[in-house]
Design a protein around this ligand. Structure first.
Ligand code: NAP
Length: 234
């Protein structure tokens, strides 16, 4: 996979992109010049969401909306922003539409709220994490990256820089690097190599902690990793 300078001409399909997390990422990347496809189970809802992003990002932005499987087939960078309860069934359904060499960037957090529990707790996932569950379901030629779990969707959907680091976990170094480049396009975000995909279990759980902190202190908590050499944040 070529990661040198080609990010801006390849569309990014955000699957489940009509929710706050997907819309926030779409807005930030559209402003950074990325071509965005918003995916939804409903093409019309996707187009409405795309129009809303286009309005905010400006006339130069490249944003369109499609049904999820069409979005999947039209891009080789896929970002998954759906609730955990829908993740596995959706990935299985989209599998035939995924092209060889694609990367799937998974932001799913297995919150207990998915089964009626508390949002400040995570569920145990048999595979270890939601991202590892996705990795088990995609075609062999598709690389899975876990990222963006700890960004507040509310802040992403605003206009100010974020005060948060993004930990990127994957077993594919090239896919991880491309994802870090995309993360670094969000103002205020530093992207850090978080190691193997199995580390996504820990990163996903941090989100539940952040949600608990938000409840307790009425804020929008994020994370910053300190003490690493500057090269770690590239
Ligand atoms: N919100 C945050 O601050 C935040 C931050 C980091 C990570 N996350 C994680 O990112 C994911 C998305 O978060 P969100 O708050 O944007 O979620 P959301 O609003 O609940 O859902 C996002 C979109 O997913 C689609 N969807 C809902 N249920 C589905 C199902 N059963 N099957 C397939 N698609 C379904 C819907 O789009 P359509 O109806 O248009 O198909 C919905 O607009 C979650 O896993 C969340 O834990 C969220």
């Amino acid at each position: 996979m070529n990661t040198s300078g080609e990010v801006s001409i390849r569309p990014i399909a955000i699957i489940g992109g009509t929710g706050p997390a997907g819309m926030g990422l779409a807005l930030r990347w559209a402003r950074a010049g990325e071509a965005i496809i918003i995916g939804s189970r409903d093409a019309q809802r996707a187009q409405q969401a795309a129009a809303a992003i286009q309005l905010r990002a400006g006339p130069q932005a490249k944003v369109s909306g499609m049904e999820n499987s069409e979005a999947c087939a039209a891009a080789d960078i896929l970002v998954l922003t759906v609730p955990f309860e829908g993740q596995a069934a959706l990935v299985k359904r989209l599998k035939p539409a995924m092209t060889d060499g694609s990367i799937l960037i998974d932001a799913t957090v297995p919150l207990a709220a998915s089964v009626g529990g508390r949002a400040s707790r995570t569920l145990g996932v048999w595979q270890g994490s939601a991202a590892q569950q996705a990795a088990e379901l995609v075609p062999d030629e598709v690389s899975v990256v876990a990222a963006f779990h700890n960004l507040s969707a509310e802040l992403l959907g605003g206009d100010s820089p974020l005060d948060c680091d993004v930990l990127v976990c994957s077993d594919d170094p090239d896919a991880a690097q491309l994802t870090r480049e995309l993360a670094a396009k969000i103002p205020g975000v530093r992207a850090i190599d978080g190691g193997k995909l199995e580390n996504s279990r820990i990163v996903e759980q941090i989100t539940a902690l952040l949600i608990g902190l938000n409840f307790r202190h009425k804020g929008h908590a994020g994370i910053r990793i300190t003490g690493l050499p500057s090269g770690a944040y590239r």
